[in-house]
Design a protein around this ligand. Structure first.
Ligand SMILES: [Zn+2]
Length: 131
């Protein structure tokens, strides 16, 4: 059994590092999930008997809330896959930074400096562009 999470970070760019450089800081993450029980249900607003509510948004500490949500106990789910479009150049970097802060050693598959796949414990983060 598996659970698929599709996520996307939105960021602010109003924090300046210098006169010409600003940083991206996540202020929202939206996610939708599918399990093997509900993956054929096309209406995401319909809750799943197994995985419950299938659409979420987190505003406060979106990286931390996303990781907490992905790590929530799901006895029916053996593998968790989190997929983002262009994760290799953007979304996965926020996850990697938090994993390093939390001292969670990630296993990385890289293409040059881009993160193609990242494994942290039972969580696998995948770049949809690289599938
Ligand atoms: Zn489900």
């Amino acid at each position: 059994m598996y659970c698929l999470f599709f996520y996307d970070f939105e960021t602010t760019q109003d924090t300046k590092f210098s006169d010409s450089a600003t940083g991206h800081f996540p202020n929202l993450v939206c996610l939708q999930k599918f399990c093997s029980h509900c993956e054929m249900q096309p209406d995401i607003s319909v809750d799943c008997e197994r995985c419950d509510k299938r659409r979420h948004s987190f505003y406060d500490d979106p990286v931390g809330h996303l990781l907490s949500y992905l790590c929530a106990p799901r006895t029916w789910c053996e593998k968790v896959f989190a997929i983002a479009h262009n994760a290799k150049g953007f979304d996965a970097l926020f996850i990697l930074n938090r994993a390093i802060l939390m001292k969670w050693p990630p296993k990385l598959i890289l293409n040059r400096l881009k993160i193609i796949r990242m494994q942290i414990q039972h969580l696998t983060f995948i770049d949809s562009v690289s599938l």
